[in-house]
Design a protein around this ligand. Sequence first.
Ligand SMILES: *Cc1c(COP(=O)(O)O)cnc(C)c1O
Length: 216
Amino acid sequence: MSIKDNIISIKDEISDEVKLVAVSKTRSIDEIKEAYNSNQKVFGENKVQEIVEKYQLLPDDIEWHMIGHLQKNKVKYISNFISLIHSLDRISLATEIDKCAKKSNRNINCLIQLKISSEETKFGLDINAFEDFYANIQKFDNINIVGLMGMASFTKDHQKINDEFSIIKELFDRVRLRNSNLKILSIGMSDDYRIAINKGSNMIRVGSKIFGKRNY
Ligand SMILES: *Cc1c(COP(=O)(O)O)cnc(C)c1O
């Protein structure tokens, strides 16, 4: 199947309430153009240098999402164009995003990335630290917290993935009762987006199911 066929089949499968982020990390400009010409306008990348290069070469109406771990010293390269940062997980990073956003005269939309997986290597804020973090983050005038993001463990055990998504979904529902700005629940990737959507995801980040297997 072509990139276009893959996008059409995923969009056919999901409802209009679920936003598809095409994860284009490691993909060429031509591959991204093929997706773009199939009416896909939202792309996610995990490396600053790569997202900046692609932003410069591709059409202006693309919405660029930063989905990977973000270093403070690199925020300044994306703060003038980024549509959504999925990986806000520490106050020091928020301080820098807020500062760069002010300089660009913008408000930057961010998701708080939560650690829901039991795997050691995953980034994200500890669930137990959420309430303090969330209270603290309100002081930043140029950051809008618009939702939560999480990554489940890399496993074929659907029950385990489901349980991990439940943790973030419960928190999302609870916080949304007192703050209606929290609208986005970014969970689900190529191998688990169906489980995520069943849990209430409204933003999925899909790479290999659109573009084919990555080499790493
Ligand atoms: C690479 C990546 C994805 C997409 O992964 P696929 O399995 O290729 O769909 C989603 N989210 C994040 C944070 C990623 O780094």
